[in-house]
Write a protein that binds this ligand. Structure first.
Ligand code: HEM
Ligand SMILES: *[C@@H]1O[C@H](CO)[C@@H](O)[C@H](O)[C@H]1NC(C)=O
Length: 276
């Protein structure tokens, strides 16, 4: 959290306490990860191999020099993935839960979709790819959550050539901030754009007006993983629990979209369903 807050401040350690804190927090995370990386490298030298991302990084010949990544490079890579993948997904999950709680009809329909999937499974079988592919309403809920809350409000780009757009010329070499939020919340693209309405995704929408994961070669490489994580989480949440908000909470939009108090809820096991 503190690392991420540091992205939205004046990057000067004397002027900004947020910046100082972010740098310190990053250092602590990096130290913890260094320990893991060092330990794993030693294990590897003793011939213990695992089949995971860290193993792939050890084996990779990063820049083709034949040397492979150093521990520092691997740690940097891990920090980036944690920053890019963890907070984004968990915040989006929280927002989805809030939108669903505030929209009981949507929650009821989501429950029904997952109860049906669940009813077909025996206790020992977990969710499979096919189940994931048969959650159409869930995908509407996820798209609508990404659209309305759009935790990454936009992306930076630099123009490689002069770009003419709507009567303006952006000169070559300019840095531009392309606002995704402005597109997602534009009334011309989405009717009642500020309202959470998952049903709008039931008919085909112009996909060029929707890019919660950015676009082009730098598009978020975790986009499918994030959708799977959200779907699986929602499946387990709605089939096993009911909940109510523990306190009033609201959305804040700066520096990133999130719930002010992280939206605490009080959960209760659902009694009407078979126990696992
Ligand atoms: C709801 C969840 C997520 C959202 C909304 C999201 C959104 C984004 C956006 C908007 C970008 C910038 C893309 C661009 O410049 O065009 C990005 C980049 C990135 N994301 Fe995600 N992301 C999510 C989850 C994840 C996950 C789960 C991972 C990995 C485990 C991940 C890894 C990355 C990485 C490594 C980049 C940088 C790509 C590059 O610059 O080439 N993200 N993400
Ligand atoms: C959700 O958005 C993606 C584009 O990011 C699109 O491919 C997909 O069809 C949408 N899902 C639904 C249910 O409309």
């Amino acid at each position: 959290m503190r690392v991420i807050e540091g992205f939205f401040c004046i990057p000067n350690p004397i002027l900004s306490i947020t910046y100082r804190r972010a740098i310190q927090a990053r250092k602590r995370v990096a130290e913890a990860l260094s320990l893991v990386v060092r330990e794993r490298r030693m294990e590897r030298e003793r011939g213990i191999t695992k089949n995971d991302m860290l193993a792939a990084l050890f084996e990779s010949d990063g820049d083709g020099s034949g040397i492979g990544f150093s521990d520092d490079e691997i740690v940097d890579f891990l920090v980036s993935l944690l920053v890019a993948g963890y907070d984004t997904t968990s915040t989006t999950i929280t927002l989805a839960v809030k939108f669903l709680t505030d929209t009981p009809l949507a929650l009821a329909q989501l429950k029904q979709e997952h109860d049906e999937i669940w009813a077909k499974k025996t206790a020992s079988v977990s969710l499979e790819w096919e189940d994931y592919k048969s959650m159409p309403f869930t995908q509407c809920v996820i798209n609508e959550t990404l659209r309305v809350s759009n935790i990454i409000s936009g992306v930076f780009r630099r123009t490689m050539t002069d770009v003419d757009i709507k009567g303006y010329t952006i000169p070559k070499g300019s840095k531009v901030f392309t606002s995704l939020r402005a597109v997602h919340l534009d009334q011309e693209n989405f009717k009642d754009a500020r309202v959470f309405n998952p049903w709008r995704w039931q008919k085909p929408l112009d996909s060029s007006n929707f890019m919660p994961f950015g676009g082009g070669p730098r598009r978020c490489p975790g986009h499918e993983l994030a959708r799977v994580a959200l779907s699986v989480f929602l499946h387990h949440l709605v089939t096993r629990f009911s909940w109510e908000p523990a306190e009033e909470d609201k959305l804040v939009f700066f520096p990133t979209t999130r719930t002010q108090k992280r939206y605490p809820i009080i959960v209760q096991r659902r009694s009407c369903v078979k126990t696992r």
